[in-house]
Design a protein around this ligand. Structure first.
Ligand code: G16
Length: 539
């Protein structure tokens, strides 16, 4: 039976960089989740004939949210849902299922790299027919709807059994429960040369993959251990847990420290990688060596011809403004068009759909290609393994050769977390007001060339987005400031530093950026305004 439930609007359902992210307890408030889903449905309009993909990263409240979603979809007239078995599906696997089945989009329940559990975060990533998350023009409409919503529709019925593969019905709606790993593996086999990778592992090559107790464990076991022949136990923390075992499932130097320590120890394997909560982020490590995500994107771009799916050429590449310029130098030298977009994978979608780019990536541990419309953690690792298999070189050799060829962008991000939002907003607006006065100013060895907000004009839909404040120096150094759009409470100020060197290639990154960090803190008055003398996360 379809029930119409009266509800009261919440005023805070604005989507951020990647969907709606809130504290789990906020999402679990009466009607909160339902209000948001109904607002999305209302914004889409007529749902008759619509097909959506549904899954999540298994975090606390995932199972409950999916059941509520199914009942609401049926009550709102959706034609069909394709759901991952037991409600599990990684974000990249979901995008693949959306595109493969020509669906109208999908819903992945995840707060991505944010911690999970009852006291952690929960989120909803909503994608449209492109297989990518919706642009701001759509999320603004959903937000407007959520502020005036008065009722939602839901079926009054028992829960659906999502453990059984196959088709079942709820009212007029069809539900197909699929193995989320199967399609994903097939896609990876169509991109990479699995035989070459099998040979690599046969030759004794060792790796460690840290699934961080999150969604990619089963994908990684199937691909790396069962199919490619990495030794049993290569995939660690492989069982997805509702609270990620207390981990912060963000594969970076701070939150994946165990893996980093292992790779800098005597026991290190030849290669290591990690993924985040929903499997779209990746971290790459070699023996005693860390590859920054910005360098990783540059290296993947420089080696695209080694991958069967790209060997006949790529359209172009793109990066977010906060990402280092390493990939731009590779693109320029190889006559590839390149684009610089605001932070947020959704900005790559138009460029991929219009065949302007094939590869793209971001400093926030994301890289991917137009095989789907999300970043893809396991794809990035398979790409790296393919380069190693084809060249016989180590991660460190590959990276150092790239620096020699194109110069090295010493690059680091510093996060100041848990700030009062009013303080953070004021810091940014005052800094923006100050930018026009900075050109020509000297700070030690650094002279400001130009300082301005980053503004992006989308070449496809002509929309304009302003995101971040950038100070360029005359010596190829750069500071970018942004407020994160993925947190669930307070504000996080991200400060991104870059310094390009063509000759001095073997220095310690932190030492190379120390002076620039001082300047960044001084110009934005970070300590005076926030009380913080240093960043909470350096990565
Ligand atoms: C999301 C977006 C990424 C973005 C990242 C960080 O990733 O898809 O494009 O780079 O957030 O955003 P922010 O700096 O605003 O916190 P994910 O993995 O969280 O979905």
């Amino acid at each position: 039976m379809i029930k119409t439930i009266k509800t009261t609007a919440y005023g805070d359902q604005k989507m951020g960089t990647g969907g709606l992210r809130k504290k789990t307890k906020v999402m679990m408030q009466p009607n909160y989740f339902e209000n948001f889903i109904q607002s999305v449905f209302n914004t889409i309009g007529d749902l008759k004939g619509k097909v959506f993909v549904v899954g999540g990263d298994g975090r606390f409240f995932n199972a409950e949210a999916i059941q509520r979603f199914i009942k609401m979809a049926a009550a709102n007239g959706v034609k069909k849902l394709i759901i991952g078995q037991n409600g599990f599906m990684s974000t990249p696997a979901g995008s693949n299922v959306m595109l493969k089945n020509h669906t109208d989009g999908g819903f992945i329940f995840s707060a991505s790299h944010n911690p999970g559990g009852e006291n952690g975060d929960f989120g909803v990533k909503y994608a449209n027919h492109t297989g990518g998350q919706v642009p701001t023009s759509v999320s603004d409409k959903i937000y407007a709807n959520s502020k005036t919503i008065t009722e939602y529709k839901i079926m009054d019925c028992p829960n659906i059994d999502l453990s059984k593969l196959g088709t079942q019905h709820l009212g007029d709606m069809e539900i197909e429960v699929i193995d989320p790993v199967k399609d994903y593996v097939e896609m990876m086999e169509s991109i990479f040369d699995f035989d070459a990778l099998k040979k690599l592992f046969k030759s004794g090559f060792t790796m460690r993959f840290d699934a961080m107790n999150a969604v990619t464990g089963p994908y990684a076991i199937r691909i790396f251990e069962d199919i490619l022949g990495a030794s049993k136990g290569s995939v660690i923390r492989a069982v997805p847990l509702p609270d990620f075992g207390g981990l912060h499932p963000d594969p970076n130097l701070t939150y994946a420290k165990d893996l980093v320590d292992f790779m800098f120890s005597d026991k290190a394997t030849d290669f290591a990688g990690a993924n985040d909560g929903d499997g779209d982020r990746n971290m790459i490590l070699g023996k005693h060596f860390f590859v920054t995500p910005s360098d990783s994107l540059a290296i993947l771009t420089d080696n695209y011809h080694l991958i069967p799916a790209y060997k006949n050429g790529i359209y172009g590449v793109a990066k977010s403004a906060a990402t280092s310029t390493a990939v731009c130098r590779v693109a320029a030298k190889n006559n590839l068009p390149y684009y610089v977009v605001p932070t947020g994978w959704k900005y790559f979608v138009n460029l991929m759909d219009s065949k302007r780019i094939t590869l793209c990536g971001e400093e926030s541990f994301g890289s991917g290609s137009s095989h789907i419309r999300e970043k893809d953690g396991i794809w990035a690792i398979l790409f790296w393994l393919s380069i190693i298999a084809a060249t016989g070189k180590t991660v460190e050799q590959i990276t150092r050769e790239n620096w020699k060829k194109y110069g090295r962008s010493y690059y680091m991000r510093f996060d100041f977390e848990g700030l009062d939002t009013t303080v953070a907003d004021k810091l940014m607006s005052d800094l923006e007001a100050k930018l026009p006065t900075l050109a020509g100013k000297k700070f030690g060895d650094y002279e400001v060339k130009q300082a301005a907000p980053f503004v992006y004009n989308d070449p496809v839909d002509n929309s304009t987005t302003k995101n971040g404040l950038v100070i360029d120096f005359t010596n190829d150094a750069k500071i970018t400031y942004r407020l994160s759009g993925t947190g669930s409470t307070g504000a996080t100020l991200r400060v991104y530093l870059e310094r390009l060197e063509y000759n001095d290639l073997d220095q310690d990154t932190f030492s190379m950026l120390q002076e620039l960090l001082k300047i960044a803190m001084q110009v934005a008055e970070i300590t005076e305004r926030t009380g913080k003398t240093k960043a909470d996360v350096n990565t």
